[in-house]
Write a protein of this length. Structure first.
Length: 337
């Protein structure tokens, strides 16, 4: 049996997907915030290694090089590549169109390696569908990538290029800042500007609405308090200068619904921009990440069919949701198999 494990090293999560003879059988993510250093990442690798088991090949992509733990992206790429090699033994680092490079060569291929996890997922989609729009909505960011004639048709490659092209949107289901989602919000018939403090995140919004998937919120809350609907209402109320007791639960649910709508609009608008740039005809949206319900609604507004990322794989039923949540790692496992 041939075993490949795909790894995606993010700024706050490590994701791992195991493929056996090309079939995805296991997928999981682990908390590994890099702002405090690389210690948590090493712990996550140890835990994931135990759960994923032996592999004939380990393939690695990353976005964690952006963490301010590192002096530069090149420094981050080099350190993370060598740390992966230290944790896993023999590894191959994904360098986008260049294919795979050795960890010791990672720094010299920084531009191709840095934040290239989206390219792995899009490449896999292109091998399954001739034309599609991949939307991967994760905990922090959203990738929107067109596929044309079986090839990645993105205008940008680096983070800066992709931000300019609308292919990288800083909105996420968990860690997205509420204050970055909208400039104002309706409350009791008035438009209120938001307080520019990180009092609440989109995890609070989706928790209040009941749209936060189980097991995806691995970070501490903005105020360090509990992950309950009542606590989320209190955090959200602070965004408009209030306490939770200043209004009833219905008011805070309506406020949460406003921010969820603003997030959906941001994803839909960016998708329209991307589609307009390549004169893209209606094509199926491939939904990946933890924000599958947001993507499904965006696809409806785009008048496009929507298919789940896991449908592109031979995958064990129990791993289907994990494949969507860990799309780039799953793509690497599939491509390398």
């Amino acid at each position: 049996m041939s075993v490949v494990v795909g790894w995606d090293i993010g700024g706050v999560h490590l994701k791992a997907v195991r493929a056996e003879d090309g079939r995805i059988v296991k997928a999981a993510q682990y908390a590994s915030p890099l702002r405090a250093g690389t210690g948590r990442l090493l712990e996550a690798f140890a835990q994931a290694g135990d759960e994923m088991g032996r592999a004939d090949r380990n393939v690695v992509t990353m976005t964690g090089e952006l963490a301010d733990t590192f002096q530069s992206r090149a420094d981050g790429v080099e350190q993370l590549a060598m740390l992966a090699a230290r944790a896993l033994g023999s590894v191959s680092i994904y360098a986008g169109p260049r294919g795979y490079v050795r960890p010791e060569d990672a720094r010299s291929h920084c531009t191709e390696i840095a934040s290239a996890n989206w390219h792995a997922a899009a490449t896999l989609v292109g091998k399954r569908l001739s034309n599609a729009l991949l939307i991967d909505l994760g905990s922090t960011t959203t990738d929107i990538i067109p596929i044309a004639r079986g090839a990645v048709a993105a205008r940008g490659y680096t983070d800066a290029e992709r931000l300019a092209a609308g292919e990288l949107v800083y909105t996420g289901l968990v860690r997205g800042f509420v204050m970055a989602t909208a400039e104002r919000a309706p409350l009791r018939g008035s438009w209120l500007p938001l307080i520019n403090e990180n009092f609440a995140t989109m995890a609070d919004v989706h928790r209040i609405l009941g749209t936060l998937p189980a097991g995806v919120d691995l970070m501490v809350t903005a105020d360090g308090r509990e992950k309950t609907i009542a606590a989320s209402c209190a955090r959200l109320a602070r965004m408009v200068g209030c306490d939770a007791g200043d209004a009833d639960d219905t008011t805070w649910r309506r406020l949460a619904a406003w921010f969820a709508e603003a997030q959906t609009r941001a994803v839909t608008d960016a998708a329209m921009l991307v589609m307009s740039a390549c004169a893209m005809a209606p094509a199926p949206v491939v939904a990946a990440g933890i924000g599958l319900t947001v993507i499904a609604e965006a696809a409806r507004r785009l008048r496009c069919a929507c298919t789940s990322f896991h449908e592109l794989f031979d995958v064990a039923p129990e791993a289907r949701i994990g494949v969507c949540h860990c799309a780039p790692a799953a793509a690497l496992a599939g491509l390398a198999s």
